[in-house]
Design a protein around this ligand. Structure first.
Ligand SMILES: NC(=O)c1ccc[n+]([C@@H]2O[C@H](COP(=O)([O-])OP(=O)(O)OC[C@H]3O[C@@H](n4cnc5c(N)ncnc54)[C@H](O)[C@@H]3O)[C@@H](O)[C@H]2O)c1
Ligand SMILES: C[C@@H](O)[C@H](N)C(=O)O
Length: 373
């Protein structure tokens, strides 16, 4: 590590400067500002088993969204339950609360974030808090705060405490002037949503902190992620999750994108594995800090055709949402992830047929359980 990085890190650790620039002393004591009920898992942290002791200590922000609970469960299998803390500003459902450490964390509250990192000796941070593309357009000022100011807090905490930081970016970081079929890692990025603008900002700030301060920043541009047991949080690709619920429940689905709208997509298991793989990749294998990752690319009509093979009575109709359609029309149709494949060996497992079979099996068995009860 260059001397300038080391000196700066030592100085910043001594100063413990909050991102807002105001002076805040480093407070002694455990879990200041958080109630004991929020951290029942504290006992677990202090009774960490021997085998878990040398693992990374992970914090996931925005962990109660579509991807965070799955990520926590995936990482806990690898690093041990008590080494992975899920956090959010919402109240967790009981099964999540009981499944491992959960803590309240608002990424707009720098001091709260720093306390959590310090008190739990966090070493890896997965920053999942965000407002997605469609909800971001409905509340630009909140999206700007969460996606940009929140990121600044996370970057500063990560840099001051020497964390390895993962921030997901998205196909939404590209825009209508980017090459769309396929979209390479390095090309024009002029997105037209606050979500996309904030993600380009995150990519650039992370890379800047890497070159300027030596922050171990790693970033993947995810395609639309499709999950069976969690709901999407207000994006443009949400239709590709909802279609499975509706196909199994009602045999029909009303799609809010045009039938020919082609977008890159990925099953959640591939997404979580890609995330862990890039975090574990040896530093020397990474030629970039931000990589495209992809699995498949399809249109609503193609997805419906595949569903029809399993649900013969299935019907799809179209009622286009102009906001989502305009966003989708500006995004990549196919994603070139050859750098991820070359540098750290990325390889997806799920193509469209496996995705559809897996999703329908999950929802089919869920609905059979519900009918039996
Ligand atoms: N799901 C996808 O298809 C997809 C695709 C590309 C990138 N991503 C990225 O992956 C990450 C996770 O996505 P997701 O689908 O789980 O998102 P989501 O919208 O489902 O969840 C985001 C979470 O952030 C939380 N949050 C909001 N404001 C917060 C604050 N001030 N402090 C702390 N938490 C706050 C919300 O409560 C929510 O639980 C996001 O950064 C997203 O941009 C997701
Ligand atoms: C693509 C991704 O970033 C998210 N699912 C959205 O549609 O906003």
């Amino acid at each position: 590590m260059p001397v300038v990085w080391m000196l700066r890190r030592v100085a910043s650790r001594m100063l413990q400067r909050p991102a807002c620039g105001c002076q805040a002393p480093v407070l002694p004591g455990r879990f200041l500002g958080t109630s004991p009920q929020q951290i029942p898992a504290d006992a677990h942290f202090h009774s960490t088993s021997f085998s878990e002791a040398d693992q990374p200590r992970v914090l996931i922000t925005g962990g109660l969204g579509q991807l965070g609970v799955g990520l926590a469960s995936f990482l806990r299998k690898r690093f041990g339950k008590d080494n992975v803390i899920l956090s959010d500003i919402r109240k967790p459902p009981e099964h999540v609360f009981l499944s491992g450490p959960f803590i309240y964390s608002d990424i707009l509250d720098y001091k709260n974030l720093r306390e959590i990192v310090v008190n739990n000796r966090v070493t890896w941070l997965f920053h999942y808090s965000a407002l997605l593309s469609a909800v971001g357009e409905a509340n630009v000022s909140l999206a700007r705060a969460v996606n940009i100011t929140g990121l600044h807090n996370v970057l500063d905490v990560a840099e001051e405490h020497g964390l390895r930081l993962f921030v997901p970016s998205t196909i939404g970081a590209f825009g209508p002037t980017s090459p769309r079929n396929p979209t390479p890692d390095l090309c024009i990025q002029r997105p037209r949503t606050i979500y996309g603008v904030s993600k380009v900002h995150a990519e650039l700030m992370g890379e800047y902190y890497y070159y300027r301060y030596g922050l171990d920043f790693r970033c993947l541009r995810y395609p639309g992620i499709i999950s069976a047991d969690s709901q999407p949080g207000g994006g443009t690709t949400d239709y590709a999750v909802q279609i499975f619920h509706d196909a199994v429940k009602n045999g029909r689905f009303e799609c809010n994108l045009k039938p020919s709208t082609r977008l890159p997509m990925m099953y959640i298991d591939d997404c979580l594995r890609a995330t862990l793989e890039v975090m574990e990749a040896p530093a020397e294998s990474l030629s970039m800090r931000t990589y495209n990752v992809n699995a498949m690319s399809f249109t609503p009509a193609e997805l419906a055709q595949e569903v029809l093979k399993h649900v013969p009575e299935f019907q799809i109709t179209y009622n286009v949402d102009p906001v989502r359609q305009a966003i989708a029309d500006s995004w990549p149709m196919n994603f070139d992830d050859s750098n991820a494949r070359k540098d750290w060996g990325w390889k997806h497992d799920f193509d469209l047929p496996e995705l559809v079979t897996t999703m329908l099996n999950f929802h089919g068995s869920e609905s059979r359980v519900a009918q039996a009860n």
